[in-house]
Design a protein around this ligand. Structure first.
Ligand code: AMP
Length: 359
């Protein structure tokens, strides 16, 4: 057990690191963060950390110094080289494990892992050329799919909607710049839901109430809890998500995003090996937040309760210039504002979120 007053190391300096650091500090831990930014640059996590290490994710000497300064290492986003996490595993405790990161940071590896373990996914194809793209699209019944870069994709980045009919697919492939990609059938879903859960060192799993998510331009716009789904769909989603965590030997908080199809089937869209945007409502809407549960999991502590604190909660992301609306938002006494301290609003940049406790 890693007890309060120990030091937690977080790789990555973004808002997820910031909210994890706040939860850790509240429980009496110290926090060191590691970011590839330069000391002069602002990072959301730096403002709330005891110490920040500035170096590239591949800088072994800096990684070692960081690892030796903490009692356990975790990471807040998936585009960190898995070899760096593996390197850290030889020095100190790292949770979640590097293999879980290696699988989930690469869309093709993730899809193959899901398929081989028998979890339901949209139909997908491995694409390395325009010809493969054309052939695969021809096999999809209505010829419509989403081409996703195998690496470095998040928030709808590295994704192109493609159709076999009426498009110059050779041009699309050549201009995409993708080295390797996954083509997925385009799913006409009725809903998107996500299961956020935490798994502990003893294999215990704590599942948060399931929310339904709305995306705009591939970026999460809002989540509402509880999701309006049948108890069968809810139970199955929980079972699949817990089984994925088990297969990955996962320790910490993670999320599994699902499509609910029009005939009420579930397909796994994506696994996030970290606390997730669709779980931000838990900070105010749940007796224990996803960030506190992550700290409890990686430190080997028992889990906290995950009951709703209001009948309904809506998390609204504040993206780009949405931050200009904060005065209006604060007029509502049920709105809990979370800003990430980012200096400049840019289109598509997540600046903060608001949790509305309803009813
Ligand atoms: P992703 O980054 O893969 O989670 O994709 C971002 C969003 O794009 C998803 O939450 C969906 O709204 C949409 N999307 C991704 N893949 C598909 C798909 N195969 N069919 C339909 N919509 C999708």
């Amino acid at each position: 057990m890693i007890l309060p007053s120990s030091t937690i190391g977080i790789i990555g300096g973004g808002q997820l690191g910031r909210m994890t650091a706040i939860a850790a500090a509240q429980m009496g831990y110290r926090v060191h963060t590691f970011t590839p930014k330069t000391p002069g640059e602002y990072t959301p996590a730096k403002q709330v950390s005891n110490k920040t290490f500035f170096a590239e994710y591949t800088d072994k000497a800096a990684l070692e110094k960081f690892a030796r300064s903490v009692d356990v290492v975790t990471f807040e986003f998936e585009n960190i080289p898995a070899e760096s996490i593996e390197f850290l595993e030889n020095i100190t405790l790292v949770r979640p494990n590097s293999q879980a990161l290696h699988i989930t940071q690469h869309r093709l590896r993730e899809k193959n892992f899901l398929k081989n373990a028998g979890f339901p996914t949209p139909k997908f194809y491995h694409i390395k050329s325009a010809l493969e793209l054309i052939r695969a699209l021809k096999e999809i019944p209505d010829g419509v799919g989403i081409l996703k870069s195998a690496e470095f994709g998040y928030d709808g980045k590295g994704q192109i909607k493609v159709s076999y009919h009426g498009q110059d697919l050779e041009k699309i492939w050549n201009e995409s710049g993708f080295k390797e990609a996954v083509l997925e059938e385009f799913v006409k879903f009725s809903k998107e839901i996500s299961v956020v859960l935490s798994r502990g060192t003893n294999g215990d799993v704590s599942i948060f109430p399931i929310g339904e998510n709305q995306h705009v331009n591939g970026i999460l716009d809002n989540s509402t809890v509880p999701a309006n789904i049948s108890s069968e769909v809810l139970r199955y989603a929980e079972e699949v998500a817990a089984a994925i965590a088990y297969e990955l030997k996962y320790i910490g908080t993670m999320a599994v995003e699902f499509f609910v199809t029009q005939d009420n089937k579930l397909l796994v869209n994506e696994i996030a090996p970290r606390p997730h945007n669709s779980g931000h409502w838990t900070i105010d809407g749940c007796t224990t937040s996803q960030f506190e549960q992550h700290i409890r999991a990686i430190c080997g502590l028992p889990f906290g309760e995950t009951k709703l604190t209001a009948p309904k909660i809506k998390m609204q992301n504040l993206i780009g210039n949405d931050v200009a609306k904060i005065q209006d938002i604060l007029e509502s006494p049920n709105a809990k504002l979370h800003l990430y301290g980012k200096k400049h609003a840019k289109p598509g940049r997540k600046m903060g979120h608001v949790n509305f406790l309803i009813g």
